[in-house]
Write a protein that binds this ligand. Sequence first.
Ligand SMILES: C[S@@+](CC[C@H](N)C(=O)[O-])C[C@H]1O[C@@H](n2cnc3c(N)ncnc32)[C@H](O)[C@@H]1O
Length: 389
Amino acid sequence: MRKSDKLEASEAAAVLEVALARQKAIKSAKFANAEKMFFTRDALEQASGEKITAHRRKRFQTLAESLGSAVAIVDFCCGVGGDSLALCPVGPVTGIDLSEARLVLAKANATALGLSDRFDAVCADVAKFSSANINHSNTINSYQLAFFDPGRRDEQGKRIFKAEAYQPPLSTLKNWLRKDELPNLKGLAVKVSPGIDYDELKQLGLDCEVEIISENGDVKEAVLWFADLRSAGTDKNTTRRATLLYGDKQFNFDDSQGIPKLDCQKPDRYLHEPDGAIIRAGLVECLGADMKAFKIDDEIAFLTSDNLSNSPCARSFEIISSLPFSLKKIKQELQKLKARNLTVKKRGSPIVPDEFIKSLSLKKGDGEDLTVILTRVKNEHTAFITRAI
Ligand SMILES: C[S@@+](CC[C@H](N)C(=O)[O-])C[C@H]1O[C@@H](n2cnc3c(N)ncnc32)[C@H](O)[C@@H]1O
C-alpha cells in the first residue's frame, strides 16, 4: 500500500461505521437495495422503511397527477435520503440538511439507485430556509410539494417527545404553510413520532390530518398531512387515521364519518387488543363496530365479544378466568393451571409486568402458555388469565 492510500484513524472509523450500518440495513429489510446503499447507524434508525415510504408516496402521486404538470419536491431534513429517494418517482427532489456528512451519503444513495438526475442536495438550515439563504434560488419558487422529517433525538440519542423540542421545532413548518418562502406550495407532509401529543398540535394551531402507521403490528410513525395533501384521494374531513400495513394487505380506519358510540359490556369469552395504530389514533370504537365487539370500560382500549372475529387488526385472547387484582389469588390460579410460559400485558394498571412476574415466583408448569392481562373494568383493577389465540 502506498503511503497516500493509508486511511487516517477517523476515516477508517467512518468507513467501518458505514459498513456495519449497511449490514444492519440488509438485516432489517427496510431497503430492498440495502447492499448498495450508505448509512450510519443513527441515520438508518431514523429512516423510514420502503413499505411506509411507498405508502406515503401514493398521496404525493395522486396530488401531483391532479396538478397536471410536473411537480418539484423539497425534502426538509433529508438525512441520508430515504424519503427523498422514495419521492423521486413523483418529481425531482431537492433534499436539504444541515449535516454535510449525511448529504454525502444521500448523494451516494441517489447514485447507487440510479436517481442522481432526480435528486439534488443542499446544505442549509431549514429553519432559515429562504431564497436568500439557500443556494438554490432558481427552483425555490417551483416547489409544490414538501416533506419534513425533523430530528427527534437529543445529543445523547434520547427520544424527544415534545414536538417543539424537535430539531428544528415542529412550528418551523408554519413559515412554509404561510407561503412567504414557498409561494406555490400545494401540500406538505411531516413525519413525527407516533406518540405525538394531539393537544400540543392544537396549541400550535396546526390544522392537519394525523395518520398513525403500523407495520405488521408494530407502530412505526405518524404523518401530519397539510393543505391539498390532506385531501389527495382521501376525505378532507379526516382528522385522524390509522393505517395498518400487513404483508401485502392494508387496513384503514378514520374518523371521516365520525366515531361510533360503543357500549361497554362485561368481558365474557374473548378480549381483543387493537393494533397500536388504532389505539394511538383514538379509533378503537371504529374497530369495535367492525368486529361487533364492545368496550370493557370507557377509558380502556380493550374490546370484548362472545364470538371470535379473527380480525387481523387486533390480537385476541380467550378468557380462562377473571378475578379482582390480588397477587395471591392470581398465583393460586396460575399454579392450578400449571402455567408454562407467562406473558403479562397491562392497560390502565400501575403494575410493572417484569416486577409482577418476579413477585409471583411461579415454578414453570407443564400446562399451556398463558397471558395475564391486568386492566381496569368499571374502575376495578382486574386480572384476566387468558390464552392468546
Ligand atoms: C430524522 S432525520 C431525517 C431522516 C431522513 N428523512 C431520511 O430518510 O434519512 C433528521 C435530520 O434533520 C437534520 N436537521 C436537524 N436540524 C436541522 C436544521 N435546522 N436544518 C436542516 N437539517 C436539520 C439532521 O441533520 C438529520 O439528518
